[in-house]
Design a protein around this ligand. Structure first.
Ligand SMILES: Cc1ncc(C[n+]2csc(CCOP(=O)(O)OP(=O)(O)O)c2C)c(N)n1
Length: 678
């Protein structure tokens, strides 16, 4: 017996309860992945494929064994090592290769490249280059399926490196807590880049980590495609039967470098050679021929067919065209798919007294009532009634499926919101405070904002995220900042700041009609604001700034909580000094309504910008630059900025007040600008 025969016999002892035809199919599938990727390595050396290229060679049995259990409308989420998964789930090889070439005919329109393969037609959700970043998406996709009563599942592939990320545990917990139809597949190839598993985890049996979360889990030999397939089948059947999520750890090995840049200093050649003796394709082929399950010509046929498929795919990729540079900014925002339904009509169109908090609550209630796709989730939104008491009563009214308390896992539940949006829901995610949103920034910036673009326009994310922001309640340096401009910096996101009762009530509905991720920042000092709410049967538009007070002498630009300080300053200046200030409420921080700002400046020729963020790197700086760049000749004085002092927000009342833009400071700034900036 040759070594390979011995290894094959040891891997597949005894008779296999799988038909010969099925084994041939598995062999063919693995061979397609292998030969395609061998070619990719060659094409990389020819510089046809650039950037990072992570090959799956050696691990094919995992993808082939798991995916052979899926139905066409089951979803797959993968990592940057995803060429095989895309191919196995049905994306044509030619589109995969064209994507790696960066051609328009690629499966992501050329925008994604090797690490970001996407295919809406096969429900292949990427292609995620953030380690662990795909897990919450899978949770959200599965949540959407469960809530919609669809009997389909989501499979999420990731490496064992992900198990060290917090989002791994957050996602497993959510999936188990909510008993979601998701199969987590850990492709344990023993190394995360150059770090051996034992150097990053004390617990090296990754599937045991899933057990901690109460999830049935199993470890299998990832070089044995029949074992992988059978373990996956049991898991998939259990999930389809409604038994909740499952976890599969497949022990495997990558034969090639982590990426093409990796000199592999961290492992011995002998170790690689040892593993190559357990090549999953060679093992199966050997076992089949040794056991009379395959003729040599059948193997030859597979190889010939696959070689033809690869050759045709390369030709297709070569022939593809480059996207014209004129289209560079395509796929940043979804333009065509935006719903334009007016807000639900309310019986009472008479103005009524309200608080800002009540206006926000009404908005949520109306959204939940009038759109069955709306799902509201976040920390303490249900039983507690919302940390700022905005959602009191909604749990009783709409039940725990739609008003969903989440664990303290901002990154995972925000990512789950993205997944649920991809799955057809209209989720509203609440994040208690902007400081905590930083824990979800990965999902917001790396996924929600970028997905439409990375997927070449295939996957828009209609997600709304509500965030409390701002200072003034003596909550100290970890609950009081104004970081909304960090999000306004990011193409792909829309950022709103309601300052009035009407905007608090209607911006949410408008955001839900938008096909893009929208963040709504509610200033904490506004929740207790009282006033008269004027119902708006047509809702509010979320593309324009608003002039809250007309004036001829100076334009005062503010947003959120600062709008009211601006108005007070304007009234004082008019009454005391005869200076007529025009107050603009930005309302939308991204995309900024430049025409309204510039038209106002053309009337007043002077501008002051108020911003509760720190001056350095602020939105106020951006606006000031826009005015200078686009309306320099209108300016009679330099633009002035009133921002928060460069200090984390302090606790004592007097220091907090001193740090923030206040009416007197705003008035002084206006006076100075009226003097020509002197
Ligand atoms: C959040 C994050 N941190 C670091 C990296 C850089 N990085 C890319 S791949 C990788 C190793 C991941 O290993 P593993 O999850 O085991 O998957 P494998 O590459 O072995 O398939 C690292 C550290 C990243 N992409 N994302």
């Amino acid at each position: 017996m040759t070594n390979l025969q011995q290894a094959a016999a040891a891997t597949y002892p005894g008779k296999l309860r799988v038909s010969r035809e099925h084994l041939l199919k598995l062999l063919r599938q693995m061979t397609r992945v292998r030969r395609m990727e061998e070619k990719c390595a060659e094409l990389y050396t020819q510089e046809k494929i650039r950037g990072f290229l992570h090959l799956y060679i050696g691990e094919e049995a995992v993808g082939a064994g798991v995916i052979s259990n899926l139905e066409p409308d089951d979803a797959v989420v993968a990592t940057y090592r995803e060429h095989g998964h895309a191919l196995l789930h049905g994306t044509p090889m030619d589109k995969i290769l064209a994507e790696m070439f960066g051609k328009q005919s690629g499966c992501s329109g050329g925008r994604g490249g090797s690490m970001h393969l996407f295919d809406a037609s096969t429900r292949f959700f990427g292609g995620n280059a953030i380690v662990g970043g795909g897990l919450p998406l899978a949770v959200g996709l599965a949540l959407a399926d469960k809530l919609s009563g669809r009997n389909r599942i989501t499979v999420c592939f990731f490496g064992e490196g992900a198990a060290a990320e917090g989002v791994f545990h957050e996602s497993l917990n959510l999936a188990a807590l909510w008993q979601l139809p998701v199969l987590f597949v850990c492709e344990n190839n023993l190394y995360a880049m150059g770090t051996a598993l034992g150097l990053s985890q004390h617990q090296t049996d990754v599937h045991l980590m899933a057990e901690v979360h109460g999830m049935a889990s199993e470890g299998v030999d990832g070089m044995n495609v029949v074992d992988v397939e059978s373990a996956a089948r049991q898991a998939v059947n259990a999930i389809r039967a409604g038994e909740g999520p499952r976890f599969l750890e497949c022990r495997t090995y990558r034969f090639r470098a982590h990426s093409m840049f990796d000199p592999q200093l961290y492992r011995d050649k002998s170790e690689v050679e040892r593993w190559k003796k357990r090549d999953p394709i060679a093992l199966l082929a050997q076992w089949m021929s040794d056991n009379g399950q395959m003729h040599e010509d059948e193997l030859n046929t597979i190889e010939t067919d696959v070689a033809a498929e690869v050759a045709q795919a390369i030709e297709f990729a070569e022939e593809g065209t480059w996207e014209p540079v004129e289209q560079l900014t395509n796929h940043v925002y979804e333009l065509s798919d935006t719903d334009s339904a007016p807000p639900p009509s309310t019986p009472n169109l008479e103005p009524f007294d309200s608080t800002y908090r009540e206006a926000c609550r009404l908005a949520l209630e109306e959204a939940l009532q009038h759109d069955s796709r709306v799902l509201f989730m976040g920390e303490d939104v249900g039983h507690y009634g919302g940390c700022y008491a905005v959602s009191r009563g909604l749990l009783d009214q709409f039940g725990p499926e739609r008003v969903r308390d989440t664990p303290l896992s901002e990154n995972a539940f925000t990512g789950a919101g993205i997944g649920a949006a991809l799955g057809g829901l209209r989720p509203i995610v609440e994040i208690m405070t902007v400081n905590f949103s930083l824990l979800a920034m990965d999902q917001i910036v790396n996924t929600a904002a970028a997905l439409l673009h990375m997927s070449g326009g295939q996957f828009n994310v209609p997600l709304v995220i509500r965030v409390a922001t701002g200072a003034g309640r003596q909550l100290g340096a970890q609950h009081s900042h104004s970081l909304e401009n960090w999000y306004a910096h990011v193409p792909g996101l829309k950022v709103l700041a309601p300052a009035t009762l009407e905007d608090a009530r209607y911006m949410l509905w408008a955001a839900l009609q938008d096909a893009n991720p929208v963040l709504i920042f509610e200033h904490v000092r506004l929740y207790n604001m009282t006033g008269t709410l004027h119902p708006q049967p047509q809702g509010v538009d979320i593309s324009r700034a608003a002039i809250r007070r007309a004036g001829r002498d100076l334009t005062l630009i503010a947003y959120g909580g600062a709008v009211h300080k601006a108005l007070e300053a304007a009234e004082n200046l008019a009454g005391q000094e005869g200076i007529e200030v025009e107050v603009i409420d930005l309302r939308i921080l991204r995309p900024l309504d430049r025409p309204t700002l510039i038209a106002s400046l053309a009337r007043t020729h002077r501008a002051v910008v108020i911003d509760e963020a720190w001056k350095t790197g602020s939105l106020a700086g951006e606006i000031s630059a826009i005015l200078m760049e686009e309306a320099f000749w209108e300016l009679d004085a330099p633009v002035s900025r009133v921002c928060t002092e460069e200090v984390p927000i302090p606790y004592p009342h007097h220091l907090e007040e001193a740090a923030l833009p206040q009416v007197e400071k705003i008035m002084e700034s206006c006076r100075q600008v009226m003097r020509g900036g002197l």
